[in-house]
Design a protein around this ligand. Structure first.
Ligand SMILES: [Zn+2]
Length: 346
């Protein structure tokens, strides 16, 4: 790879759809495709960076966050939580935003449901959206929507988020803490995983506490993926993975995407953006040591995380690639980590 060659990047996790939903712009979909959108991602910056997409999360943000920062998004901001109908509507609206991105992009963006489609997107320089569900609360309210979302392209699910739900306990813990923060999957949580497994959907353990993680390993006979998590040995965040968890993911032939959020990277767990890119490379190194180079990718968390100053948005991703080169990552290894394993399985 010479200095001007940018590796293709296929990313394990981003929160663009939630950011579009939260946006107060008149037409955020248009701004993403044809203009500039504040935040980490828009189409022009993605294309310039050779970022060809990845897993796009449909996500219900915390009620307090929406109430404090985007009260216009709530039917009644004097409530203390979302109504069941709001939970369903918010997820459906984010799905619609993904469909609009595809429909209004003049062929530049495609919702993909197979590896072949993703590979074709790469060849045709299109942005590939693989739909992912982060937290499945709305399926507890309207279970039949799983089939509707699958038909619309949903191919990846993280059944749990930080809140407790019908499917299992959340993962809320102060720093430092082990991932063991509560009980595991409920019977409904196990059922949901089995249903998604039968549909050959990807199962994401990134937001699972440790017991739910081991429950998942036991029941899901498929590669297990942590789309955006780091090493617990380097940063003792409950969201990060212990060496035993890494070994189990490796054994399942799964994958871990390294998260760029400073609070999941730093040894002190601080939300301090003055964080060297070396810390991302340290986590990559550690994950590769424990999982092997075929089991590690990027899971940036763009548009949903606090990035290091040096990597302020997608346009600065070359800074990280350069740091990987300086730290003796070969071109071949960089290609594996940035896309090859995820897109081509090799
Ligand atoms: Zn997340």
């Amino acid at each position: 790879m010479n200095a001007n060659t940018k590796p293709v990047i296929f990313d394990g996790h981003n929160d663009l759809l939630t950011r579009l939903w939260l946006s107060s712009a008149a037409d955020p979909v248009h701004d993403f495709i044809y203009g500039t959108l504040p935040g980490h991602l828009d189409l022009q910056r993605c294309q310039e960076a050779n970022w060809m997409g990845g897993l796009f999360s449909i996500f219900l943000p915390p009620y307090a966050y929406v109430k404090n920062n985007h009260p216009d998004k709530l039917a009644n901001p004097s409530h203390s939580d979302f109504t069941p109908q709001e939970i369903v509507d918010i997820c459906c609206e984010q799905l619609k935003l993904a469909q609009q991105l595809e429909a209004r992009s003049d062929g530049q963006i495609q919702i993909c449901t197979s590896l072949e489609q993703i590979q074709a997107c790469q060849q045709n320089k299109q942005l590939a959206i693989v739909l992912h569900l982060e937290g499945a609360e709305f399926l507890a309210i309207q279970p039949d929507l799983l089939d509707v979302f699958y038909e619309a392209g949903l191919r990846s699910i993280g059944p749990l988020w930080n809140r407790k739900s019908l499917f299992g306990d959340g993962l809320n813990a102060s720093f430092p803490h082990s991932p063991d923060t509560g009980s595991g999957l409920t019977a409904q949580g196990k059922d949901l995983i089995l249903k998604c497994s039968e549909k050959h959907m990807l199962i994401d353990v990134s937001h699972m506490n440790e017991r739910a993680f081991w429950d998942t390993i036991e029941i899901a006979c498929q590669p297990i993926v942590a789309t955006h998590s780091n090493s617990h040995a380097l940063c003792q965040q409950a969201r990060n993975l212990t060496d035993q968890q890494l070994a189990a993911i490796k054994q399942s032939d799964g994958l871990v995407g390294v998260n760029f959020d400073v609070a999941f990277l730093r040894a002190d767990g601080q939300r301090n953006t003055q964080t060297s890119l070396d810390v991302i490379v340290d986590h990559l190194d550690y994950l590769i040591d424990h999982l092997g180079e075929d089991h590690v990718g990027f899971g940036s968390d763009f548009d949903g995380c606090l990035l290091p100053d040096e990597l302020s948005d997608i346009s600065q991703i070359s800074m990280l690639i350069e740091r990987m080169q300086q730290r003796h990552f070969s071109d071949q290894l960089i290609e594996k980590v940035t896309s090859k394993k995820l897109v081509y399985g090799a």
